[in-house]
Ligand binder design. Structure first.
Ligand code: AMP
Ligand code: MG
Length: 307
């Protein structure tokens, strides 16, 4: 997405209200947290989440952290066991992210979790992010507000330097306090595992082996269990077709060839393909540009798993 100018909003009620209106309209907005500036969008809307990726130019889909105002809201989205609850009661609000099983029925966009059945949740302490969460009344998905491959921003000026002209607005809340990303702990199997070290140390957590569960490559990504054939112009025998643009499929990522819509529908389409009876999956060509790069990255990985 290109916007002529990125507006700098104040962190007063008027600025928060404008940011909340942009988020309600499906746009991503830069916002300070106590760690780094985040690029926040409505976690319930796949197309809004796709615009985070479009703005960052990220060449792949990683699961994003979902920010919520309090533990009660978090518990409506994820399932907290006793260990997880003990940890967040001690450290929330604060720079600690918990990866927990996604609660059945929670309506988080599948692009947020990259199709996984777990979700990363955090209750931030920063008053501006808290105010925005309450003004939007939505869980907000937010990775760091920098272009892919650039370092995390700790001032609104850093966000402008990296994403100026690519997002509609950033809220200026001054320099962030911590300057490093939140600690990430997984509480999915009756134990605590440290996925990313950060400002909060968690003495009881098992350190996840480097290279196996390093941030960005951990927990493996969701991939369908069936063989996947790419660049398909039609379905062959035994295939369930995921279409795009002119290639109509059993499900179609975007009839009009819109890449934001296609990204929003990607993981739901893969899950549907896996659940239907045909033993194989075929996928129509998706252009290798903009969000198509991340879509194709995910599709190629799904195909390679059976190569
Ligand atoms: P960032 O939003 O840039 O701070 O990065 C979020 C980090 O959380 C990435 O390293 C993700 O891989 C990790 N993460 C988010 N959700 C999950 C999940 N469901 N399972 C495992 N890791 C996750
Ligand atoms: Mg980052």
């Amino acid at each position: 997405m290109t916007v002529p100018d990125t507006r700098v909003l104040g962190c007063d009620p008027a600025g928060i209200a404008e940011a909340a209106a942009l988020i309600a309209a499906g746009q991503p907005v830069g916002v300070p947290t106590e760690t780094v500036y985040g690029l926040a969008a409505d976690a319930l809307e796949g197309e809004a989440v796709a615009r985070i990726y479009a703005a960052k130019g990220r060449p792949s889909f990683n699961p994003l952290i979902v920010h919520v105002p309090d533990l009660a809201t978090a518990e409506a989205i994820g399932i907290f066991d006793e260990l997880a609850r003990g940890l967040v009661e001690a450290h929330w609000p604060g720079p600690l992210t918990l990866v927990v099983p996604l609660r059945p029925g929670a309506t988080i966009a599948s692009l947020v979790t990259a199709g996984l059945s777990t979700v990363a949740l955090r209750v931030p302490a920063h008053p501006v992010m808290q105010a925005l969460l309450r003004a939007t009344a939505r869980p907000l998905a937010a990775p760091s507000a920098n272009a892919s491959g650039r370092i995390s921003p700790t001032r609104a000026e850093h966000v402008l330097a990296s994403l100026g002209g690519r997002i509609p607005a950033v809220i200026n809340g001054g320099p962030t306090q911590r300057g490093i990303e939140s600690t990430i702990v997984a509480a999915t199997g009756g134990e605590l595992r440290l996925l990313r070290p950060g400002p909060i140390s968690v003495p009881g957590a098992i350190s996840a082996a480097r290279g196996i569960e390093a941030p960005g490559q951990l927990a493996t990504h969701y991939a369908p269990a069936k063989p996947v054939r790419l660049e398909a112009s039609r379905a062959e025998a035994g295939e369930w077709l995921i279409g795009f643009g002119p290639v109509a499929g059993d499900a179609t990522l975007s009839v009009s060839g819109d890449l934001v819509e296609a990204a929003a529908n990607l993981f739901a389409a893969l899950h549907a393909a896996d659940a239907e009876s045909p033993p194989k999956i075929a996928v129509a060509p998706v252009p290798e540009q903009g969000l198509g790069i991340a879509i194709n990255d995910r599709l190629r990985r799904a195909a390679a798993d059976h190569g």
